[in-house]
Write a protein that binds this ligand. Sequence first.
Ligand code: FA5
Length: 341
Amino acid sequence: MLQENLQQLKNRALDEIKKAGDLNQLRDLEIRYLGRKGELTKILRTVGELPAKERGRAGDLANQVKQALASEIGRVKKSFGEKGEGGVGEKEWIDVTASKMKDGFGHLNPVSTVQYELEDVFSSMGFMVLDGPELESDYYNFEALNIPSWHPARDMQDTFYVEGENLLMRTQTSAMQVRAMEKYGAPLRAIVPGRCFRNEATDARHEHTFYQLEGFMIDKNISFANLKAVLEVTAQKLYGKDTRVRLRPKYFPFVEPGVNGEVTCFLCKGKGCRLCKNTGWLEIFGAGMIHPNVLRAGGINPEKWSGFAFGFGLTRLAMLKYGIDDVRLFCGGDIRFLGQF
Ligand code: FA5
């Protein structure tokens, strides 16, 4: 009797497995026959109630049926493409011809693009590229640069101070001059791109956070002519070979003499336009011969060595290059602004 029941159940189950149209139907069958409360499981449970001499054969048969059904369900599942958890199931598939989703790839910030261009130019002239701390000591940012605490020049570069620590957010990459001299001595050629901070009323040309690129060269017999030559090569690489450099006197306490550096306006080629306010020149850096006091602070003998230093407003260079008319856009966090470059 039990034998007959088992045989019938097996035939019925195999027939239904054959007819199953998808994985879900198969899983239902698996539960219906082999599950904890499944039909076959119920029969298996009754085996124990049979008289002892029938029990062995009935148990063997029930197990054979169980294995046959399990293996058939497994085989058909495979043919439906079930790959286990995390795999590609029967309803999932990969369309290799589909176009990729609209991408969200980023790109270099315009300031980085200009920075890397300048790094290439200066590396080709033997300058190291250095990095320095944004949280700087009063000493390296001011004192060592010939700007003692009483000096009026401090008023031009107010910043954010850490109370009681003698630390501040650096106002200029010039803060790396003495650090580099202490570490590398003379001769020395280095540039320092980096972020600077100032506490000042913001407007279209002034932000609390902006980028500069400092450079300095110290060697025997370095003169103003070397400064002009290096900056002219740089300007020509940036803006074309007809670009000229104009130097006009400007006071910075850490250079003597000091200058404001202008280059031929790349838009109008010097004729005068809106960008250069009809002067034909664009002011892009401050520079000068390193003051003897600064060389001394860096442990370098000014009787033996001389050098020049310059500082570009990197953010300003990016603004000029890409025609950006408001510096505040860089810190505005509006992705539509960056997406334009
Ligand atoms: C300096 O910072 C000097 N350290 C430059 C220097 C280096 C002179 C070496 C001599 C020798 P200045 O304060 O002018 O100089 O700033 C240099 C450039 O930084 C400016 O021309 C401008 O492009 C940029 N800059 C200064 N303040 C801001 C600001 N608040 N927002 C955006 N850019 C600024």
